[in-house]
Write a protein that binds this ligand. Structure first.
Ligand SMILES: [Mg+2]
Length: 240
């Protein structure tokens, strides 16, 4: 039986954009030594995702807003992403962007690319009158450490058990989260994580790789739900 709805959950930084915008901002405007230390602590599980953002924001004393906006404006979107959005529109596949970065730059980039119709969830960033970066975490879940914006909860809240869910991602905040979906497209550190955890996934380099693979699945009407994803979802219902 074909599931009623296909939903793609997709990471933003380094997945929709070519570079990790959040990390690049801190590498460009912060102290390199401090930023390296915070990111190393995060990648080695010594601090949580939320703690890393708080410390990164603190590492910049005063930000020059004009330079910051100019820097963000030069961050490029993966050239294949517009094709991907069109493909999903044509096939009635919903896209929901899940970012552990900040709305401040996502809004700017989506506006520039005329992608503001895309639904997204992220952390919130404002700049104080003293030019300090103030992060807020409206979707933080203290029981979940892998992303400050709890991507897992968005997957559970925005899909039903019978839907076919797809995850596309590249990095640290996608680890574990991706396992709640039926089909995983992974590159870079998410790919390594899936290999290490022996989770079935599709490696990809470009959005064309994903479109080609999905075209085959859709033509064959061959969308098999991943049993392990169902179990992971159920665990959440039982524990809460
Ligand atoms: Mg990423």
């Amino acid at each position: 039986m074909i599931p009623q709805k296909i939903i793609i959950f997709i990471d933003f930084d380094g997945t929709i954009t070519k570079e990790d915008v959040g990390e690049s901002i801190f590498r460009n405007f912060g102290d390199k030594f401090i930023v390296d230390k915070i990111i190393d602590d995060l990648l080695n599980d010594r601090i949580s995702a939320m703690q890393s953002w708080i410390e990164l924001c603190k590492s910049i004393d005063k930000v020059d807003v004009i330079l910051l906006n100019d820097f963000i404006y030069r961050m490029e979107v993966d050239p294949g992403f517009h094709n991907m959005v069109r493909f999903c529109d044509d096939h009635k596949i919903q896209i929901i962007v899940l970012s552990d970065g900040f709305d401040y730059y996502i809004d700017m980039i989506f506006n520039r690319e005329k992608l503001n119709g895309l639904k997204y969830f992220s952390n919130h960033l404002t700049i104080s009158p003293q030019n300090k970066l103030i992060p807020e975490f409206p979707y933080y879940d203290p029981l979940y450490k892998y992303s400050a914006n709890c991507k897992r909860n968005h997957i559970i809240n925005n899909s039903r058990d019978e839907d076919f869910t797809i995850y596309i991602g590249d990095g640290n905040s996608d680890k574990d989260t991706a396992l709640y979906c039926d089909l995983i497209f992974a590159k870079k550190s998410l790919l390594k994580y899936c290999e290490k955890e022996r989770v079935s996934f599709s490696p990809y380099k470009t959005f064309d790789d994903i479109i080609n693979k999905l075209s085959v699945f859709l033509a064959r009407k061959n969308l098999k739900k991943r049993h392990q994803a169902g179990l992971k979802r159920r665990e959440v219902y039982i524990s809460e």
